[in-house]
Ligand binder design. Sequence first.
Ligand SMILES: Nc1ccn([C@@H]2O[C@H](COP(=O)(O)O)[C@@H](O)[C@H]2O)c(=O)n1
Ligand SMILES: C[C@@]1(CO)OP(=O)(O)OP(=O)(O)OC[C@H]1O
Length: 157
Amino acid sequence: MRIGQGFDVHQLVEGRPLILGGITIPYEKGLLGHSDADVLLHTIADAALGAIGEGDIGKHFPDTDSAFKDADSAKLLTHVWELVKERGFKLANIDCTIIAQQPKMAPHIETMRTRIAELLEADACQVNVKATTTEKLGFTGRGEGIASQAVILLEKV
Ligand SMILES: Nc1ccn([C@@H]2O[C@H](COP(=O)(O)O)[C@@H](O)[C@H]2O)c(=O)n1
Ligand SMILES: C[C@@]1(CO)OP(=O)(O)OP(=O)(O)OC[C@H]1O
């Protein structure tokens, strides 16, 4: 068994779509980044890379490389998952938390869960996605950005 954890933050700005957990969520702002800035998929990729001792997504997909400009984070996670499989591991389970004052994530959680399970080649029951506000405190509470964190457990195939 191997355990890994991930944490990431992206700024919320006008004029960008909100792509989170591999889906597009209707909202007046979106996340800013070199890629599509899917903070949840980045967190999951970092957790998986941590579990196999492979550093982080910045090491594998540098934000100085134009190849990753506006990159689809689902493709980045798929690449990371190939590394996980090459090491002989599969998903045991993953638990994720989105930290966002707005928008309300509850209507989108099951769709994200299904998409993440698809990307990790697992059943939805192995994936949990939660959301919390920070009670209007801090940068997430002011709606300036969204953070997420995840813990992943891998088991040998
Ligand atoms: N962006 C969010 C944040 C929270 N939720 C849901 O609301 C519940 C209560 O949140 P608190 O921060 O007040 O504890 C939380 O457990 C989530 O179910 C949400 O949907 N979207
Ligand atoms: C994904 C990458 C690469 O496009 O860019 P960002 O979208 O800026 O994301 P971040 O979590 O800051 O770091 C990883 C980057 O290398």
